[in-house]
Design a protein around this ligand. Structure first.
Ligand code: FEO
Length: 175
C-alpha cells in the first residue's frame, strides 16, 4: 500500500506531466502560426508522450491501491520569441521534470517503497533521453539560426518523427 505522502507526490506529478503536454501543445500552436509544420508535428508528438507519462502514473497509482486525485493543470506560456527560444525552454522544462522525478524516487527510497522506486526507474531513464534530445535540437537551432533554408530543411526532418508508445504505456493499462 502506498503512503498518503507518496500518493500525493504521484498525483502532483500526474498534473505536472499533463502540464508538460499542455506546454508542448502550446509550442505546437506557436509553430503552426509560424508555418513550421514539422516543428508543430514534433511538438504534438511530444504532447502525446507527456500525456502518456501522466496516464502511466495514473495506471500505476490505481493498480497499487492508491487513489488518483486529479489536480488543476496550470496554463502554459503561449508566446515564444523564436524557435530557439522555444527549444531553450523545452530543455529548461525537462531539467525541472528530471529534478521532480528524482525527488519522488528519493521519497520512495526513504519510505522503502521498492515497488514505486522500481516503477519510477523507467522515468529516470526516460528523462536522460528527453534531456539529451531537447539539448540536441536546441543546439542544432543555435547552429542554423532562426530563419533561412537550413531551418526549412530542419522543419522537414522534424516532420518525419513517428510516435510509437513504449510498451510500458500498455503495461499500466492505459490504452
Ligand atoms: Fe514526462 Fe518530458 O517528461
Amino acid at each position: 500500500m502506498l503512503s498518503e505522502r507518496m500518493q500525493a507526490a504521484i498525483n502532483t506529478q500526474i498534473s505536472r506531466e499533463l502540464f508538460s503536454g499542455y506546454l508542448y501543445l502550446s509550442m505546437a500552436a506557436y509553430f503552426e502560426d509560424l508555418g513550421l509544420k514539422g516543428f508543430a508535428h514534433w511538438m504534438r508528438v511530444q504532447h502525446r508522450e507527456e500525456e502518456n507519462h501522466g496516464l502511466m502514473m495514473f495506471g500505476y497509482l490505481a493498480q497499487a491501491g492508491g487513489r488518483v486525485l486529479l489536480q488543476p493543470v496550470e496554463g502554459p506560456e503561449t508566446g515564444f520569441d523564436s524557435p530557439l527560444d522555444a527549444f531553450g525552454k523545452v530543455v529548461e522544462h525537462e531539467q525541472k521534470v528530471t529534478a521532480w522525478i528524482n525527488e519522488i524516487v528519493d521519497l520512495a527510497l526513504a519510505e522503502r517503497d521498492h515497488a514505486t522506486a522500481s516503477f519510477l526507474q523507467w522515468f529516470v531513464n526516460e528523462q536522460v533521453e528527453e534531456e539529451a534530445t531537447a539539448r540536441e535540437l536546441r543546439d542544432t537551432l543555435r547552429l542554423i539560426g532562426d530563419t533561412g533554408p537550413a531551418l526549412l530543411m530542419f522543419d522537414r526532418e522534424l516532420a518525419a518523427r513517428v510516435y510509437s508508445p513504449p510498451p510500458e504505456v500498455a503495461k499500466w493499462g492505459v490504452i
